[in-house]
Design a protein around this ligand. Structure first.
Ligand code: FES
Ligand SMILES: [Fe+2]
Length: 352
């Protein structure tokens, strides 16, 4: 029996990374089955619009060009401003009032460009948060295509029960139980895992402290602290529904290091700080990309069970699902779900 597919939730979704969209660039993307383009004007303003020209329907990703602050269609040369209005026809005649591009809300934060999707094109009622960018290294990033639904990828981060078996983490501990605040969900845990390369420099498995902040269904931030190395990392997990049941799952990571960075490790004096930072960022990033490859065959072939058979040892799946409902409401309103009385916090989980 075919499982009914969940609709695409309304949320902010990552479209491109800032370094992929230089001034004058025009890129085509799909967002929840919609063909859109994203472009950056000559002065650096980012805009996303529906891809089809309102004149006679040309797709603006195929030959559309940025002219100063406008986007120009390749078919008859109509130009459109940042407000979507037609500013000029290719004939020098009066622009028709009806010729308007449909704008899609965008935000550029932390080197990531987000667009807001709502099935009825309602305006966003919440904003992706702005975190401090001071001292953070440039983003490393990659994007994978897979068959999945955004909710499943966010649920994966609270599905603490699979961390040992699938990802080989040990001593998984809940540091802070799940908390929801409108469109934001928070949970914190710690775990140990052997990490290639870095594990040679310490005689035990490396301990990671991870704070997950999910902002809707498309933007999760995992703040990672590696006390043994004096490193803080930010891992951005960005699930963007493209069309049908396909996702672009982007992962990005940057680092911030303080005085404690590699204190006591001979490596610290052998290599320049920036190079070391880059090397370590690469190793930690590859570890998280590896996690996604471990999840991928499960995600691509699982089915969504609305009534799962949960057990002690599972993460707070029920609480997560109550929170996630707000992103399917007819209106774009975010609602604080009532606390779940059925779910007990998990204080300690079995080592793998
Ligand atoms: S279709 Fe775009 S200008 Fe004619
Ligand atoms: Fe996972």
């Amino acid at each position: 029996m075919e499982t009914p597919r969940m609709p695409i939730p309304h949320s902010w979704y990552a479209l491109v990374f800032s370094d992929e969209l230089k001034p004058g660039a025009v890129l085509g993307r799909q967002l929840a089955g919609r063909e859109i383009i994203i472009y950056r004007t000559k002065s650096g303003v980012v805009s996303a619009v529906e891809a089809f020209c309102p004149h006679l329907g040309a797709h603006l990703a195929y030959g559309g060009t940025v002219v100063d602050e406008d986007i120009r269609c390749p078919f008859h040369g109509f130009q459109f401003g940042l407000d979507g209005d037609c500013t000029a026809t290719g004939y020098g005649t009066k622009p028709p009032k009806k010729a308007r591009l449909t704008l899609i809300p965008t935000r550029e934060l932390h080197g990531i460009i987000f667009a807001y999707h709502h099935p009825q094109q309602a305006a966003p009622v919440w904003e992706p948060p702005v975190y401090d960018d001071e001292g953070w290294s440039p983003l490393l990033h990659t994007t994978l295509e897979l068959r999945d639904h955004p909710q499943e990828t966010v649920e994966n981060a609270v599905d603490i029960g699979h961390f040992a078996l699938v990802h080989h983490y040990r001593d998984v501990q809940l540091r802070q139980p799940i908390v929801t605040e409108g469109p934001v969900l928070k949970i914190a845990y710690s775990a140990r895992r052997a990490t290639p390369v870095l594990s040679r420099f310490i005689d035990h498995q490396m301990m990671f402290e991870m704070d997950l902040l999910a902002h809707g269904m498309g933007y999760s931030l995992v703040r990672v602290n590696v006390p043994a190395f004096g490193i803080q990392a930010r891992l951005f997990v960005l699930a963007t529904p493209t069309s049908g049941d396909r996702l672009n799952l982007s992962l990005a990571l940057n680092l911030r290091t303080g005085d404690a960075f590699l204190r006591g490790f001979p490596l610290r004096s052998l290599l320049p700080h920036r190079l070391l930072q880059r090397l370590i960022a690469g190793v930690i990033f590859n570890g998280f990309v590896g996690d996604v490859h471990q999840d991928k065959p499960i995600w691509e072939n699982k089915r969504y069970l609305a009534q799962p058979a949960l057990a002690d040892g599972d993460g707070p799946i029920g609480r997560f699902r109550i929170w996630s409902k707000q992103f399917y409401s007819e209106s774009a309103q975010v609602v604080e779900p009532p606390p779940s009385s059925q779910e007990r916090p998990i204080h300690e989980l079995q080592p793998g």
